[in-house]
Design a protein around this ligand. Structure first.
Ligand code: DGT
Ligand code: CA
Ligand code: CA
Length: 577
C-alpha cells in the first residue's frame, strides 16, 4: 500500500462516518489524516519503518495503528466493518452537487438507492420529491446535477494529459487528403490548467473523409454523435473530443467561435450587433440583408470589429476586450523570449541526468543559462544534498560551466526546503556561497493558513532567498496545495524583490494564472521554470509561458527573459536578491 491507497481508505472512512451520522470531530480526524498523508511528500512506508508516524500532523496513536494495520495486512478491518453498514458505492452519491451526507442517508434508508443510476431513476420517477423536506424543485435540481455528473464526471483533465493527445489526433487528421488546416480550439487553445473536453477544428472542402477517419480511430470508446460537419467521440481514456469541419474560407470565424471562452464570444457578438452584424461560427451576417462577410483568419474577425488580434490565452472576458479597445493589450511573454531556466535538477538529487547533460539539452533548446538547483538535506525522498555534498557539487557545476564554453552559463543553486517549523534547511553562510537560492515547500502543506503562510514569509524575508518555487505546492489532480494567504505572499515578495516561480510542469502550474495576474499588478518579479528532472522536461516550458500569459505577464517582468548578466547584477544589487 502507498500514500494514495491510505488516503483513499481514510477518505472513505470519513465519508461513511459522515453518512452514518457520527460526531463531526471523528469525521474530521480521518479527513485531516487523509489530507496530511496526501501532502506528506514522503513514502508512508518509510515513515512507518522509522517509527515516526505519530509525527505526521493529524496522526495520533489510534490512526498510526490503523496505518500500520493497512501497511502490514493490505486492509483495514474498521473500513470493512463500516462498509457492511454503508455500502462503498453509496459514497459516489456525495459527488452530486447539493447532496450532503444526511440526504444520502435518508435516500438510502427510505428508497434503498445505492448507485447514481438508481438515484437518477428515483428522481425521474418523482420518488425523491415524496421524501420529507424534499420538494419538486430540489428533485429537479438534483436530477440536473446527476445528469451533469453522469455526462462529464466531476473531474476535468489536466492540460498535461490532454495536450499530447490532441496533438497526436491533429497529426493524424493532417494526413488525410484534402485537409488544409487543423487546430485545437476551446479551453485547450486558451491553455486552461484543466480541460473539460478537447475541441478540434479542420478546414477541408469535403468533410466526409475527415469524419470517417475521426469516427473510426482505434483509441475510441464510443462515437457519441456523428453528423456531416460535426462529430463527438469519447476516447478510451474517457476524454471527450469534439471535431468540426468547415471550408477554409470560413476558418477565422470557426476558430474564433470554438476557441471561446463563451463569455469572450458573448462580448464579441455584442460588439458585432452594434455594427448591425450578427456573428456565428460561419460568418458575420449583416442585418441589412447584404451578403455575408467571410473571415479566413481570426485577425479578420477582430479587424471587422475594429479590434487588434487578442491572443487566445487572454480570452476569458477578464478585461481583454476593454484593453483591446483602448490599445492596451499586454506585451505577453513568449516561449522564444525565455533565455534561461532557473530551476533544474541533476543526478546529484532526484534528477535523472548529469549537470552537463542538462546544460547541453538546455543549450540545444536555445537557452543561454540554467541554474542547477537540487534538493536540500531534509528532503529524504528527493535524495537531498548534505552541506558537504552541496559544496562538492559546486566543483561539478563549475566544471560543466567550463566545458559549456563562454556562450552558456551553468549556475549553482539549491531548491531548499522550508521546513515544517518554518526554518530553512541550510544556514546563511552556506547559502551565501551559491549563485541562486530557491526556497520551496514540499512537506506539511496542510498546515493551517496562518502557520504555513508564516513559514513562507520567513523564507521570503530571508535576504539569501532569491526565488520561491511552485508557491502552493499543489499537484494535479488531487493535491490541493498549501492554503497560503496569497495577498501577504505577493506583497512581501514585491517588498523584498523575491522572485515567484510559475512552475511549468503541467501537474503544477503554480503560481496559477489568477495569482500571476495579481503578482504582475504588484510588480512582483516572476520566473517561468520547468523544474526539469530529465532533459525531456524542458519541453514543459510552453505550459508555464501560457499560464503566465493567462495572468497577463509582460516580457519585462519575467526574469528568465533577461540576459544572465542582468539577472546576476540584479541579484547582487539587492543584497543577495
Ligand atoms: P471546457 O471544455 O469545459 O474546458 O471549456 P471550453 O471553453 O472548451 O468549452 P466547450 O468545449 O463547451 O466549447 C468550446 C467552445 O465553443 C467554447 O469555448 C465557446 C464555444 N461555444 C460552445 N458553446 C457555446 C455557446 O453556447 N455559446 C457560445 N457563444 N459559444 C459556445
Ligand atoms: Ca472544450
Ligand atoms: Ca466541446
Amino acid at each position: 500500500m502507498n500514500n494514495r491507497d491510505i488516503v483513499e481508505i481514510f477518505d472513505q472512512v470519513a465519508d461513511m462516518l459522515a453518512i452514518r451520522g457520527d460526531q463531526i470531530h471523528r469525521v474530521l480526524a480521518y479527513r485531516r489524516a487523509a489530507e496530511s498523508i496526501a501532502a506528506l511528500g514522503r513514502d508512508i512506508n518509510q515513515v512507518a519503518a522509522e517509527g515516526s508516524l505519530t509525527e505526521v500532523p493529524g496522526i495520533g496513536k489510534t490512526l498510526a495503528a490503523k496505518i500500520e494495520e493497512m501497511l502490514s495486512t493490505g486492509r483495514l478491518e474498521f473500513h470493512e466493518r463500516l462498509s457492511q453498514e454503508i455500502p462503498v458505492a453509496l459514497l459516489e452519491l456525495l459527488r452530486v452537487e447539493g447532496l450532503g451526507p444526511k440526504r444520502v442517508k435518508q435516500i438510502y434508508e427510505t428508497l434503498g438507492v445505492t448507485t447514481l443510476e438508481e438515484l437518477s431513476a428515483a428522481a425521474r420517477e418523482g420518488e425523491l420529491s415524496k421524501l420529507p423536506r424534499m420538494g419538486k424543485k430540489t428533485e429537479d435540481r438534483l436530477l440536473r446535477a446527476i445528469e451533469a455528473l453522469q455526462r462529464h464526471g466531476d473531474e476535468r483533465t489536466p492540460i498535461g494529459e490532454a495536450w499530447p493527445v490532441a496533438q497526436a489526433l491533429l497529426a493524424a487528421l493532417r494526413e488525410i487528403p484534402g485537409v488544409r488546416k487543423t487546430a485545437v480550439a476551446g479551453s485547450l487553445r486558451r491553455m486552461k490548467e484543466t480541460i473539460g473536453d478537447v475541441d478540434l477544428l479542420v478546414a477541408a472542402d469535403d468533410p466526409e473523409p475527415v469524419m470517417e477517419h475521426f469516427c473510426t480511430l482505434d483509441n475510441i470508446e464510443s462515437v457519441a454523435a456523428r453528423g456531416p460537419t460535426k462529430s463527438r467521440v469519447v476516447l478510451l481514456s474517457g476524454l471527450g473530443v469534439d471535431l468540426r469541419v468547415l471550408p477554409s474560407d470560413r476558418w477565422g470565424t470557426l476558430l474564433s467561435y470554438f476557441s471561446g471562452s463563451k463569455d469572450h464570444n458573448v462580448r464579441l457578438r455584442e460588439l458585432a450587433l452594434k455594427q448591425g452584424l450578427s456573428l456565428n461560427e460561419h460568418a458575420f451576417t449583416p442585418e441589412s440583408g447584404e451578403p455575408e462577410i467571410l473571415c479566413a483568419t481570426e485577425e479578420e474577425v477582430y479587424g471587422t470589429l475594429g479590434l487588434p488580434f487578442i491572443p487566445p490565452t487572454l480570452r476569458e472576458n477578464r478585461g481583454e476586450i476593454e484593453a483591446a479597445i483602448a490599445g492596451e493589450l499586454p506585451d505577453l511573454v513568449q516561449v522564444e523570449s525565455i533565455l534561461g531556466d532557473l530551476h533544474v535538477h541533476s543526478t546529484w538529487s532526484d534528477g535523472r541526468m548529469t549537470i552537463l547533460e542538462m546544460a547541453q539539452a538546455a543549450q540545444a533548446r536555445g537557452l543561454t543559462h540554467i541554474v542547477i538547483s537540487d534538493h536540500s538535506r531534509s528532503l529524504g525522498i528527493g535524495n537531498g544534498l548534505s552541506i558537504e555534498r552541496l559544496q562538492a557539487q559546486a566543483i561539478d557545476v563549475r566544471e560543466a560551466d567550463r566545458i559549456m564554453g563562454p556562450d552558456f552559463r551553468v549556475l549553482h543553486g539549491t531548491e531548499m526546503e522550508i521546513k515544517a517549523d518554518g526554518t530553512l534547511d541550510y544556514p546563511d553562510d552556506v547559502l551565501s556561497e551559491l549563485d541562486f537560492v530557491i526556497a520551496g515547500l514540499h512537506t506539511s502543506l496542510s498546515q493551517p493558513r496562518e502557520r504555513v503562510t508564516d513559514r513562507m514569509l520567513n523564507a521570503i524575508w530571508n535576504p539569501h532567498v532569491d526565488m520561491i518555487a511552485h508557491p502552493t505546492g499543489r499537484l494535479f489532480p488531487d493535491r490541493p496545495g498549501a492554503d497560503l494567504d496569497m495577498d501577504m505572499i505577493l506583497e512581501s515578495s514585491a517588498a523584498t524583490g523575491t522572485i515567484l516561480e510559475v512552475n511549468a510542469n503541467p501537474s503544477r502550474l503554480d503560481l496559477r494564472d489568477v495569482h500571476v495576474r495579481r503578482a504582475i499588478k504588484l510588480g512582483v518579479k516572476i520566473a517561468i521554470n520547468t523544474d526539469a528532472h530529465h532533459s525531456d522536461h524542458f519541453d514543459f516550458l510552453h505550459y508555464g509561458v501560457a499560464t503566465a500569459q493567462r495572468g497577463w505577464a509582460e516580457t519585462e517582468q519575467i526574469v528568465n527573459t533577461w540576459p544572465v548578466g542582468r539577472l546576476l547584477d540584479t541579484l547582487r544589487g539587492s543584497g543577495g536578491k
